[in-house]
Design a protein around this ligand. Structure first.
Ligand SMILES: Cc1cc2nc3c(=O)[nH]c(=O)nc-3n(C[C@H](O)[C@H](O)[C@H](O)COP(=O)(O)OP(=O)(O)OC[C@H]3O[C@@H](n4cnc5c(N)ncnc54)[C@H](O)[C@@H]3O)c2cc1C
Length: 322
């Protein structure tokens, strides 16, 4: 009756958010007196899977059908259902990301399970199985009690800090019988977004809005990001105007990030933008308008012109590092 977790890797290396999901599942398993089984697909080595024990997994079920190398929501659902049946899982944890958002509702529907999407707390078992989640673009919280026998949760990435511990997981092969319809839609190729730090995993993010005036001015943000080792992000109008690629767009209709430091330059701080970034640990806002709403969500604010403030900040970082 273990707690099941779907884990994701990139070229054989598990993503930080998957380690966080395992740790989250381990906490739930501990309070339920059970264990954690991770489910991995595709080309990943035994050592990498065993190392999931350091984050709380006792077992890893591994399926190596080559058709699973690229994400496929139907086939991944089939894998999770096979794992849930094998383990008699009562709690199934995914991430509130592209994969988890596609697979978890399918699992919940097939198992007639209650689903909490975007959890930001551990379940409170003293009151049933109550999980806290963000609502209204992060402006409020809802506390949802899952009363079904099987429970499905997607965890908001970057909710908890990942702490490496001791331990080694056992690895078992998971045999899955697929049906043709599982592969009726196939991803035939993937082109990776450029940038040295993936935005969803970044601890430091430098983000630009319409106040940057145009793509020709982005070099100042790129220089700051390079100096800090940060990822770049942007507001939606910036991506819509093709100043920056869409994978950098954060907010209600873009990515949700929770870095340690979010530097917002020339961004007004509309609620739809905040929805994607207000979980950041520290927010620094650079804006020339003292009335910009973002200042009220900021930990630190700099009132000034982006083209003057950002280069000076980059110089200061350089000096500090030197
Ligand atoms: C359904 C819906 C979903 C949406 N989803 C998203 C979303 O996911 N993400 C998102 O970002 N938006 C989203 N939006 C749009 C959102 O409402 C705002 O319009 C948008 O965030 C504004 O972008 P901005 O702050 O870059 O631009 P603006 O609102 O134009 O703000 C520009 C800011 O730059 C400042 N500025 C100007 N010049 C300078 C300078 N030289 N130096 C420093 N500061 C300067 C200005 O004072 C201003 O505060 C959504 C809207 C809707 C209706």
């Amino acid at each position: 009756m273990s707690v099941l977790v779907l884990v994701e890797h990139s070229q054989g290396v598990f993503k930080k958010k998957s380690l966080e999901a395992i740790q989250y599942a381990a906490n739930i398993a501990k309070s339920m007196g059970t264990s954690v089984t991770a489910v991995a697909t595709g080309n990943v080595g035994d050592n990498e899977m065993q190392a999931l024990g350091q984050y709380g997994a006792q077992k890893v079920l591994h399926t190596t059908d080559a058709r699973l190398d690229n994400f496929n929501s139907r086939a991944y659902t089939r894998v999770m259902l096979a794992a849930a049946q094998k383990e008699g899982a009562k709690v199934i944890v995914g991430l509130h990301d592209t994969v988890g958002k596609a697979v978890s509702p399918r699992i919940a529907a097939r198992l007639k399970a209650g689903l909490v999407a975007g959890a930001v707390s551990y379940p409170d078992l003293s009151k049933g199985f109550v999980v806290k989640k963000n609502v209204f673009s992060g402006k409020a919280f809802a506390y949802v009690n899952i009363t079904s026998d099987v429970k499905v949760i997607t965890l908001m990435p970057n909710t908890f800090a990942v702490v490496k511990g001791e331990g080694s997981a056992t690895v078992e092969k998971l045999e899955v019988t697929f049906e043709d319809k599982d592969f009726s839609i196939q991803v035939t190729g993937v082109s990776k977004a450029s940038g040295s730090v993936p935005l969803s995993e970044a601890e430091l993010v430098v983000s630009g809005g319409r106040g940057m005036k145009g793509p020709e001015n982005w070099f100042v943000l790129e220089a700051l990001a390079k100096e800090l080792g940060a990822a770049l992000a942007c507001s939606r109008p910036v991506a819509d105007s093709h100043w920056r690629p869409h994978n950098e767009h954060v907010g209600q209709t873009g990515g949700t990030i929770r870095p340690n430091l979010y530097i917002a330059v020339g961004i007004s701080g509309a609620i739809q933008h905040l929805a994607g970034v207000n979980g950041s640990k520290t927010i620094v806002v650079i804006n020339k308008d003292p009335e910009a709403p973002f200042f009220s969500a900021a930990d630190y604010g700099v009132l000034g012109d982006a083209m003057e403030v950002v280069p000076r900040l980059t110089e200061a970082v350089k000096k500090f590092k030197g």
